[in-house]
Ligand binder design. Structure first.
Ligand code: HEC
Length: 193
């Protein structure tokens, strides 16, 4: 027995329509990209800007999930270190201990969302205030992810505040040693701000 035999003619159309709407709704949609926002203004960031780079798997995954695969990739962390030295250390110090800009390895953030990787990407890509200009002209998204991985690798703050880690990852996470330069830089920074 099928629906033709049990349903009056008029209702068949409705049943067919309902079925076709349902089947369209059930087509699996490609994972949709997250919305990235400017750290200061909250405006949606245009991710088509900037230095072109290959859209790597790491970038694709990050834009969909906010997870940075490079955080556990030694080669990417190394590459991130040298990118940081040329693009960021002039203002943030070679060890990210802070200079003109704040330290990036501690657990105090001007913008609390920088404790997770989506927020950190938004600040680097789109910039913040004053001298912290958007970095999308200098760096590809892949390079930004490499720099972020290095920043996470030198983190000397408390594990509890390491929001980019999952609860499970926090169980085994060991913060790095605090660079001696940090204390000095912090004193200077506080004096000047
Ligand atoms: C010309 C100097 C300059 C350069 C170059 C620069 N920054 Fe900054 N950065 C600053 C200043 C100043 C601030 C503070 C801005 C604010 O509070 O809005 C800042 C803030 C930040 C913050 C926010 C920190 C917090 O506590 O929330 C992050 C993250 C950051 N910078 C990362 C980077 C990275 C990564 C690079 C290199 C790709 C970089 N910056 C390059 C000057 C700079």
């Amino acid at each position: 027995m099928n629906y033709k035999t049990i349903l009056p003619k008029k209702m068949r159309g409705i049943v067919l329509l309902t079925l076709s709407v349902l089947s369209v709704a059930m087509i699996p949609v490609a994972q949709s990209q997250l919305m990235f926002r400017n750290t200061v203004t909250g405006d949606v960031l245009d991710l088509s800007f900037g230095k072109k780079g290959e859209k790597t798997e790491a970038v694709e995954h990050f834009l969909n999930t906010g997870e940075n695969h490079y955080n556990t990739d030694e080669d990417a962390i190394k590459a991130g270190e040298s990118l940081f030295a040329s693009a960021c250390s002039g203002c943030h110090g070679h060890l990210a201990e802070g200079k003109l800009g704040p330290a990036l390895g501690d657990d105090y953030y001007t913008y609390p969302k920088n404790a997770n990787d989506k927020g950190l990407f938004e600040t680097i890509y789109g910039g913040a205030r004053s001298m912290m200009g958007p970095q999308y002209n200098n760096l590809s998204k892949d390079e930004i992810l490499q720099i972020m991985a290095w920043i996470r690798s030198i983190y000397w703050g408390s594990t509890e505040k390491a929001d980019w880690l999952t609860e499970e990852e926090k169980e085994t996470f060991q913060p790095a040693a605090m660079p001696a330069e940090f204390k000095e830089a912090l004193e200077n920074f506080n004096k000047n701000h």
